[in-house]
Design a protein around this ligand. Structure first.
Ligand code: SF4
Length: 223
């Protein structure tokens, strides 16, 4: 129940300070961090705040820091494992042929990078020769992903590829053993599907991937 007396007091104080004009603050409630400091107000603030990171060895070798791209209020958050060579050059996740294929898939579920979708990786810097992320790198970097999730508040997370799936879920299993199941990451439903690069390498996976994305569309339409 709202406190009417408190509201009346606030209005009286406001009137005595500003006359009959009412100022309404429409900013998000501040996020208080573990150390008591105030957290970032937006994804763009957060990007600026962490883009010089050198917490693990990948920071010194990167060309560009790859924060993420898309709609800051997206219901769908897509997460890959780490930037590749092209992403490192451009500073954007999922570019090149795999990125174009991902854009086509998103279009088929009535979405795009700018509309209801946010795309990022677990690691923000490229591992050499596109090797899998090391557990120590994930440990250093994962808190950035947690903050991105806090700021976006997606309804569904989709891990793209086996490495992203096993990194987020802490499971060392095959992709087929993670698909078809709704997992959870930080309290948010999570599904695992094929990485678009895998679909380019083996078109036999495309029908199964399309089944996954139809499920994703239905889930988002219902929730
Ligand atoms: S991979 Fe993550 S933890 Fe390592 S330097 Fe880049 S941003 Fe920092």
């Amino acid at each position: 129940m709202p406190d009417i007396n408190l509201a009346q007091k606030y209005l009286e104080q406001t009137k005595s300070l500003f006359g009959n004009e009412l100022f309404v603050q429409d900013e998000k409630v501040d996020m208080i961090m573990e150390d008591g400091s105030i957290g970032p107000k937006s994804l763009s603030d957060y990007h600026l705040q962490i883009s010089d990171c050198l917490k693990c060895g990948l920071g010194e070798k990167r060309d560009k820091f790859v924060f993420g791209v898309g709609d800051p209020n997206a219901n769908l958050l897509l997460i890959g494992e780490a930037p590749g060579a092209q992403e490192d050059l451009e500073g954007e996740p999922f570019v090149g042929r795999a990125g174009k294929l991902l854009d086509k898939i998103l279009k088929a579920i009535n979405r795009s990078r700018d509309k209801d979708v946010y795309i990022c990786n677990v690691l923000k810097c490229r591992p050499p020769n596109n090797r899998d992320p090391l557990p120590s790198e994930v440990e250093q970097c994962e808190s950035y992903l947690h903050m991105q999730i806090n700021l976006i508040q997606p309804k569904l997370i989709v891990a793209l590829g086996r490495v992203a799936g096993k990194t987020l879920l802490g499971l060392d299993v095959q992709l087929k053993d993670m698909r078809h199941e709704t997992h959870e990451y930080k309290g948010i439903p999570l599904r695992v599907t094929y990485h678009p690069a895998a679909l380019l390498r083996n078109s036999n996976f495309k029908a199964a991937a399309w089944d996954d994305f139809k499920w994703i569309r239905e889930f988002l339409d219902k929730n």
